[in-house]
Design a protein around this ligand. Structure first.
Ligand SMILES: N[C@@H](CCC(=O)N[C@@H](CS)C(=O)NCC(=O)O)C(=O)O
Length: 217
């Protein structure tokens, strides 16, 4: 079975898929396509014209959540979803929390400080970063701090899709010089370090840094 992942590695959603591929030891071809001015051919496969898209022997699977769920079926080990029904639901919830909520607070850091200046030659609008830092993110970080409790991972105290999704979004936050204040959120700060130092994640962070540097960052 030939797997081809389409989408630039700086996208947190592409990264989600790549972390899952790495955790499961799956090899794949990678096309680092950017999602701007995408071709009509791509839009036929992904009508929302977003990245990532996985091709399985040429058959398309759009969306990082669909992709990771698919990977779990074809390569169940190591599992990225809990088997306990309640924990399963919680893991899916944290994925949604990350992809539909946390992204809104993290994106201004990456978009204003990395994407805009380096790729679009546009000055950062620091007011958007400030708003995210002071209004959007603190309640979300409070929630994560509380949910972590004394555990190392968000659900069932083992690495799951929940950590993969939250961790990937926070990679972009950190690329945009966002920091989790360890005085205010000590558990979350330690957790982020833990997730980001996993080999599957660390490798991609290093790749991102090289890409950002190559663009003058
Ligand atoms: N729910 C989607 C979100 C994908 C997404 O928003 N990707 C962004 C890049 S980070 C994109 O392609 N944006 C281009 C656009 O919205 O036109 C997923 O998980 O795959």
């Amino acid at each position: 079975m030939a797997l081809k992942l389409i989408g630039n590695g700086l996208s947190p959603f592409v990264r989600k898929a790549r972390i899952a591929l790495a955790e499961k030891g799956l090899t794949y071809e990678h096309d680092p396509m950017v999602p701007f001015g995408v071709s009509a051919e791509y839009k036929r496969k992904h009508p929302l014209a977003k990245i990532p898209l996985l091709e399985v022997d040429g058959r398309p699977i759009p969306d990082s959540s669909a992709i990771v769920a698919y990977l779990e079926r074809i390569r169940p080990e190591p599992p990225l979803y809990p088997s306990d029904p309640y924990e399963y639901a919680r893991a899916i919830w944290f994925e949604e929390f990350a992809d539909g909520g946390l992204i809104g607070g993290a994106a201004p850091f990456f978009q204003q400080r990395v994407l805009g200046p380096l790729f679009f030659k546009r000055d950062a609008d620091e007011s958007l970063v400030e708003k995210a830092a002071t209004e959007t993110l603190p309640p979300l970080f409070d929630y994560l701090e509380e949910e972590l409790g004394d555990d190392d991972y968000l659900v069932g105290n083992r690495f799951t899709i929940a950590d993969l999704a939250v961790g990937s979004i926070l990679v972009n936050y950190r690329h945009g010089r966002g920091e989790v204040d360890s005085k205010r959120w000590p558990k979350l700060a330690a957790y982020v370090e833990r997730i980001h130092s996993r080999p599957s994640v660390q490798r991609l962070i290093e790749e991102d840094r090289s890409a950002i540097k190559a663009f003058g960052g």
